[in-house]
Design a protein around this ligand. Structure first.
Ligand code: FAD
Ligand code: DHB
Length: 393
């Protein structure tokens, strides 16, 4: 089999890339190890930057998002028992959309399957070959048979643990990494959100986040040890910890309810440079990870594949190799600015075990400054609502 672009991974990056390429008349096939049902139920990120929502809308994917998604004009930072609103809309003119990543994935899968069998789910033994030639190939097995797809380019969109980055000779890559000494325990609960807008809370017990998926479903996160096991967190322990960290002196309290799902996520900052080796281009979590505190992971993946789709369009229209070479550098500038923001939010809001009392007071002073200075609040708001795209030209 032969295709212009072979895509490894059907997460937001791989699926949106395939969708954008199709709109430009470029053929692609997406190879994925998991089942369609698994991808459509995997609860991950929940906040779409203004520009991410706009791209989905402008490419025909906005109907369910605009119907079921929740547009948020602000968020709360909470510390010392009080919540302070950051008015994203007033400070930046933009808002964000709360709409689950798995819903975006559902919409993308439905749109792509209209073009036929372009997504191959349930593949095993996925490998990329000949990536430093002009005929790179994806190999996989499915239903007991081996398959090969020869491509002009391969897009490595297979996430942090995928095989694409690992197929590049290590000496060709520089990896930048910071691992945080905590994780997040995330829960999905059948209770109406206790707040209309997200609450990011810094508490002496650790960070907590109140988010949501719908008017009936809340999404909550708790800072926990990095190696925590969700099995050690019975529902009562989770509600007790959340209630302690989110309670306020104005009487705000959480009402416990049924927990539908819980899982622990490790926290790291990671960047791989460059984002290309020969005819293999990396995008999304395959190339970089941010700690989730700034809600940037999925948005960065979307930014990457927008730049990649345009570079590939130029390549297929007029053989523009320069556009391919410019892809990574254009993305990396934005990626590093988003890395900085995600690190900044993380260090400001979490409890670090070896922090001194001085560090703790400095952290509270930083929060106090951010919520009381229009300049500082604007800095947070413009990053949170989303930095402008950087196309590298
Ligand atoms: P992914 O969504 O990881 O997609 C990669 C795809 O490749 C997957 O479908 C995977 O099954 C597939 N794949 C892997 N290996 C292979 C292979 N060998 N062959 C073929 N396919 C393969 N971000 C936030 O902002 N907030 C959050 O709360 C948040 N929570 C998260 C929780 C978890 C457990 C994880 C892992 C990430 C979370 N993120 C969060 C980050 C955000 O979800 C990611 O940044 C986003 O999914 C990146 O999209 P992607 O398409 O690059 O990668
Ligand atoms: C969600 C996740 C985040 O990392 C974040 O910063 C805000 C919201 C969420 O899953 O709803």
């Amino acid at each position: 089999e032969r295709v212009q672009v072979g895509i490894v991974g059907a997460g937001p990056a791989g699926l949106l890339l395939s969708h954008l390429l199709a709109l430009a008349g470029i053929e692609s096939i997406v190879v994925e190890t998991k089942s369609r049902a698994h991808l459509e139920q995997r609860i991950r990120a929940g906040v779409l930057e203004h520009e991410t929502a706009t791209v989905l809308r402008e490419t025909g994917l906005g109907a369910r998002m605009d119907g079921e998604g929740l547009a948020h004009d602000g968020l709360f930072l909470q510390f010392a028992g009080a919540a302070h609103r950051i008015d994203l809309k007033a400070l930046t003119g933009r808002n964000v959309m709360v709409y689950g990543q798995h819903e975006v994935v559902k919409d993308l899968i439905a749109a792509r399957l209209e073009d036929g069998e372009v997504i191959r789910f349930d593949c095993a033994d996925v490998a990329v070959r000949d990536i430093d030639t002009d005929h790179p190939a994806i190999h996989y097995s499915r239903d007991g048979a081996m398959h090969e797809i020869t491509c002009d380019f391969i897009a490595g969109c297979d996430g942090f643990h995928g095989i694409c980055r690992a197929s590049i000779p290590p000496e060709a890559l520089t990896l930048y990494e910071r691992v945080y000494p905590f994780g997040w325990l995330g829960v999905l609960a059948r209770i109406p959100p206790a707040s209309q807008e997200l609450i990011y809370a810094a508490h002496d017990d650790g960070f907590a986040l109140l988010s949501m998926r719908s008017p009936q479903i809340s999404r909550l996160y708790l800072q926990c040890p990095p190696d925590a096991d969700a099995a050690d967190w019975p529902d009562e322990r989770i509600w007790e910890a959340l209630d302690a960290r989110l309670a306020r002196s104005d009487g705000f309290r959480l009402t416990p309810g049924p927990i539908l799902q819980k899982s622990v996520t490790a926290m790291r900052s990671f960047v791989c440079e460059p984002m290309r080796f020969g005819r293999l281009l990396l995008a999304g979590d395959a190339a970089h990870i941010v700690p989730p505190t700034g809600a940037k992971g999925m948005n960065l993946a979307v930014g990457d594949v927008r730049v990649m789709a345009r570079a590939l369009e130029r390549y297929f229209a007029r053989g523009d190799e320069e556009a391919i070479a410019a892809y990574g550098p254009a993305c990396l500038r934005r990626i590093w600015r988003v890395q900085r923001f995600s690190w900044w939010m993380t260090q400001m809001l979490h409890r670090f075990e070896d922090d001194s009392p001085f560090d703790r007071r400095r952290q509270l002073a930083e929060l106090d400054y951010v919520v009381n200075s229009r300049a500082a609040a604007t800095t947070l708001a413009e990053n949170y609502a989303g930095l402008p795209m950087d196309w590298g030209d």
